[in-house]
Design a protein around this ligand. Structure first.
Ligand SMILES: *[C@@H]1O[C@H](CO)[C@@H](O)[C@H](O)[C@H]1NC(C)=O
Ligand SMILES: *[C@@H]1O[C@H](CO)[C@@H](O)[C@H](O)[C@H]1NC(C)=O
Ligand SMILES: *[C@@H]1O[C@H](CO)[C@@H](O)[C@H](O)[C@H]1NC(C)=O
Length: 455
């Protein structure tokens, strides 16, 4: 089957520069050109998992900063940028559900998303994390973003701020995609048709989606701001039950009877209330298409952000009055977080990872740490003093409590940010209107001939 692409007009937009026939031809065969880091990249990342920050900083001598480059690579995504990412994904989903996959593909070329997958083979149809995403053979979907349930899909070099996507979208020329269905696919009623890509119109529609998502996230954050307390109440309730079942279990002898209690279970997960909710129940407005996924990722992001805050702030973790013990807790959290970075926060993820993280921490056993772990750099103390100091107890449960408290607080701050979204959009809307009405000076229309890959 011969597939061909001809670019008639001079295409100035950089995002079409790679639409050379060779690349376009291999677009689906080789999604890694732009959509995915190479396998080597992924392996490099996976490899990093085994080099947690504290491992080096505790063996390093004095001047070592705990926040090395390793930590900065683990930055949590900016909430406004996250909103932009989910907006693009929702908009693509809307396009795909009207079968406008060509526009999806155009957007994908423009965004060049980073869809890291640390888990499964791309060619396997079953996508464990993709419960709420577009369920079709994704090779034909035009963008991996349609199936991507994860954070940080936008390249922050290309889109450093939440609005860079919109400003550069408005710089793209109007484009006509001339779609041709190859003869060898058989006769069709519409074997040739045009798709107009007008960035100004796309921009207006995408901004509306962004405002809807911001409204929904405002509500979600309001709920999250109360979840810390819920989790703790539920944890204590379950702790009581856990003790009860343990006593009755040992009385009966412990056979294989896994009465559902054998796997540890920390608390009733507040996040699942949302994931299981029926959008028809209270649909005053139709919910955005990726509603559940948005909530799950927001919940994951805010958990990560709270952890980052606790690690970055001097005296971030406060479990008591003993500063050394607080520092030990921070060191413990740092290791705990870095060990789980790839499995909980980076790239494609399963649902519920935010709660997983808290649960694993909350169920962790208290451990003893030598005081010296926290005060390596303290020159006032000499060796004999340190070695004679007693061990400290680090209680992971107390650290989890700190994360939950911090998260509740951040949720309120983010609510404010989300509520400002419509006014944030004012200047973009003005640029968009200028472009639409020709004030901004129209660039020539690009015409691109494409074979139809989505039939
Ligand atoms: C260590 O941290 C200090 C203050 O945060 C900063 O000025 C310095 O550049 C850092 N050093 C390294 C090697 O990262
Ligand atoms: C992000 O974009 C920059 C500039 O286009 C590029 O050099 C870099 O490779 C991209 N990063 C990823 C992870 O794709
Ligand atoms: C360490 O400190 C103790 C008590 O302050 C002191 O008696 C001892 O001489 C010191 N040792 C050294 C090597 O400085």
């Amino acid at each position: 089957m011969v597939r061909w692409v001809t670019i008639i007009w001079t295409v100035s937009s950089p995002c079409f520069a790679f639409l050379s026939s060779r690349h376009y031809h291999r677009w689906h065969a080789m999604p890694s050109i732009t959509c995915r880091p190479s396998d080597a990249d992924v392996h490099a990342r996976v490899g990093r998992q085994h080099v947690p920050i504290v491992a080096s900083s505790s063996t390093d001598n004095d001047g070592g900063n705990a926040s090395s480059s390793e930590a900065t690579s683990a930055q949590a995504q900016d909430i406004r940028l996250f909103l932009t990412q989910r907006t693009i994904q929702s908009f693509m989903f809307l396009l795909a559900s009207t079968r406008d996959l060509h526009t999806v593909a155009w957007l994908d070329r423009f965004v060049q998303p980073i869809t890291i997958n640390n888990y499964w083979n791309e060619d396997v149809a079953h996508k464990p994390g993709a419960g709420d995403t577009f369920r079709e053979n994704d090779k034909r979907l035009g963008s991996k973003l349609l199936n991507y349930h994860g954070l940080s899909a936008l390249n922050t070099t290309m889109f450093p701020a939440w609005d860079t996507f919109f400003t550069s979208l408005l710089e793209q020329p109007d484009t006509v995609l001339k779609i041709h269905t190859p003869k060898d696919l058989g006769e069709r009623a519409y074997s040739n048709f045009d798709i107009d890509i007008e960035p100004a119109r796309l921009c207006a529609r995408i901004l509306s989606v962004r405002e809807q998502l911001a409204r929904e996230m405002t509500g979600d954050l309001k709920a999250i701001a109360n979840m810390g307390q819920l989790i703790f109440n539920s944890y204590w309730e379950n702790a009581k039950n856990r003790k009860d079942t343990k006593q009755t279990k040992t009385g009966n002898g412990n056979g294989n009877g896994r009465g559902g209690d054998s796997s540890p279970y920390g608390f009733d997960r507040p996040s699942t209330m949302y994931i299981n909710f029926d959008p028809q129940d209270d649909a005053e407005f139709a919910p955005s298409p990726l509603r559940k996924g948005n909530f799950d990722l927001l919940y994951n992001l805010i958990t990560q952000f709270a952890v980052m805050k606790l690690l970055q702030d001097e005296g971030g973790v406060v479990v008591g009055e003993d500063e050394v013990q607080n520092k030990c807790c921070q060191v413990y959290l740092s290791k705990f977080y870095n060990d789980r970075l790839l499995t909980h926060f980076v790239g494609l993820q399963w649902y519920g990872k935010g709660d997983d993280f808290i649960e694993e921490l909350i169920l962790g056993s208290p451990i003893m740490m030598p005081r010296s772990d926290a005060e390596k750099k303290d020159e006032k103390r000499n060796d004999s003093e340190i070695s004679s100091a007693p061990l400290l107890v680090v209680e992971p449960m107390r650290i989890a409590e700190q994360i939950l408290l911090r998260r509740d607080k951040i949720a309120l701050e983010w609510m404010d940010i989300m509520q400002q979204t419509p006014s944030d959009h004012t200047s973009i809307r003005k640029m968009q209107l200028d472009r639409l009405t020709g004030v901004a000076g129209a660039s020539p229309v690009s015409v691109v001939l494409l074979d139809d890959d989505f039939q």
